[in-house]
Design a protein around this ligand. Structure first.
Ligand SMILES: [Cu+2]
Length: 162
């Protein structure tokens, strides 16, 4: 009985961790740290789904007031800063529960010149759009909405791999 109970508690802990991993990711931790945490938690390799989840960035379009839109992460933070690691491929998953169309654009500003690094396509109301995104060097990037560039915008910091 004791052994079964121990196993049950271990399973609870593991499933709890797999649920919180994506949330920790968007809360501002670097992915390098995240991978270390995950490696010890799933050293038996039994949970492949959460491994792939760890490089997923979840973003929502949110209406915070009349015609006032923000990008939010799963903790609800508005226009959050995302901390990423160079050479990791990320899946950016954007859901749009608002009544407006949005489009996420990631850009870089070098010597005052802005250029697009990656973007989603138009995200219609009620839709979820995904795209892959990888940066090859440590740098600062910005992100914004094509249609609401002044109110839906934030920063992405890409760190060198540790
Ligand atoms: Cu928008």
């Amino acid at each position: 009985m004791v052994n079964w109970f121990t196993l049950f508690v271990a399973l609870l802990v593991l499933s709890g961790m797999s649920m919180t991993l994506p949330f920790q990711l968007v809360a501002g931790q670097t992915i390098g740290e995240e991978n270390e945490t995950k490696a010890s938690a799933f050293s038996n390799g039994s949970d492949f789904s959460s491994v792939s989840e760890s490089n997923t960035i979840m973003i929502n379009a949110t209406e915070v007031g009349e015609e006032q839109y923000r990008w939010t992460d799963s903790s609800g933070a508005e226009n959050p800063t995302f901390n990423l690691v160079a050479n990791n491929e990320y899946t950016v998953k954007i859901s749009n529960p608002t009544d407006e169309e949005h489009e996420l654009i990631i850009d870089s500003k070098i010597d005052g010149e802005t250029s697009e690094v990656a973007k989603s396509r138009d995200i219609e109301p009620g839709n979820i759009v995904e795209f892959k995104f990888k940066v090859e060097e440590a740098r600062g990037l910005g992100y914004h909405c094509e249609y609401h560039p002044d109110i839906m915008k934030g920063t992405i910091t890409v760190f060198a791999p540790s």
